[in-house]
Design a protein around this ligand. Sequence first.
Ligand SMILES: Nc1ncnc2c1ncn2[C@@H]1O[C@H](COP(=O)(O)OP(=O)(O)OP(=O)(O)O)[C@@H](O)[C@H]1O
Length: 310
Amino acid sequence: MIQVEHLEKRYGDSVAVQDLNLTFPEGQLTALLGPSGCGKTTTLRMINRLIEPTGGRILLGGQDTRTLKPEALRRGIGYVIQQIGLFPHLSVAQNVATVPDLLGRDRRATAQRVDELLDLVGLDPAVYREKRPAELSGGQAQRVGVARALAADPPVLLMDEPFGALDPLARDRLQDAFRDIQRRLGKTVVMVTHDIDEALRLGDRVALMRAGRLEQFGTPDDLIHRPASEFVRDFLGEDATLRQLAGRPVSAFVRAGLPSPGAPRVQADLNARSALSVMLREGHDTLEVLRGEELLGHVAWQDLRGQESA
Ligand SMILES: Nc1ncnc2c1ncn2[C@@H]1O[C@H](COP(=O)(O)OP(=O)(O)OP(=O)(O)O)[C@@H](O)[C@H]1O
């Protein structure tokens, strides 16, 4: 758990972050969202002390980060940035092993861990282990960056626009892969993004910032259905519900029960936004949801539109 108390960063007369108070819950992914220049990156970099606050404090597992040496602090905090900065002269495996090697971990154990991590991020170790960064696509390099950040098994991961440089397809895939990994490993993740879809899709919590201050902190549902201000409402936009639906499979909304006669059938992994389109197109307010041949149940129009309770 990371607690931020009255955090402030001033540059001369200008204030980048002002009286910021929030708690990043353990094992969850919190998206730091907001318009350009609102202080997201500054906040993130104060957590691992790449930037020193001018006021307030940050507690990591209850401990004031100022009492820790920055190097020691950063050993427990993975950091992934958009320009991933792989070492060009090292192989993929050596890049991933950078931190364990620095820490003097056992070589054989590290080699095994590297393979596991490459596997985890969707890169076949046998194919990619010995490649150089120059031989990778942007998406592959980004995956190696994520594997490298996970290699030291840090409980906390800070990510700054980690998927920003990718084309939409690669971004979707890596976002999904990362979400799975995060859930499985239970890491506490703070992710800076200015991409609303990404924040709503990946965030267990979203911290929406504006001009150095926190505008709202809550679940994606909170921000969409219970916006704390006009700013939040405007920032997310009118199609916020649709955006959120696009990130969830229709199976998340299924109710058990008798199918309604004549309802169109869709597969469970169809995204909920497309399911809504099927209802509109077919003129039905329910759908039958199947996984393969198996009937899971049905989903109704109201379930998709009033998803606070989902
Ligand atoms: N080294 C610096 N000196 C002076 N001002 C700075 C410095 N770094 C950041 N700022 C200012 O602090 C504010 C917050 O910057 P920050 O990079 O945290 O914003 P951001 O929300 O991450 O923006 P973006 O999405 O564009 O990256 C901005 O107004 C920026 O101009």
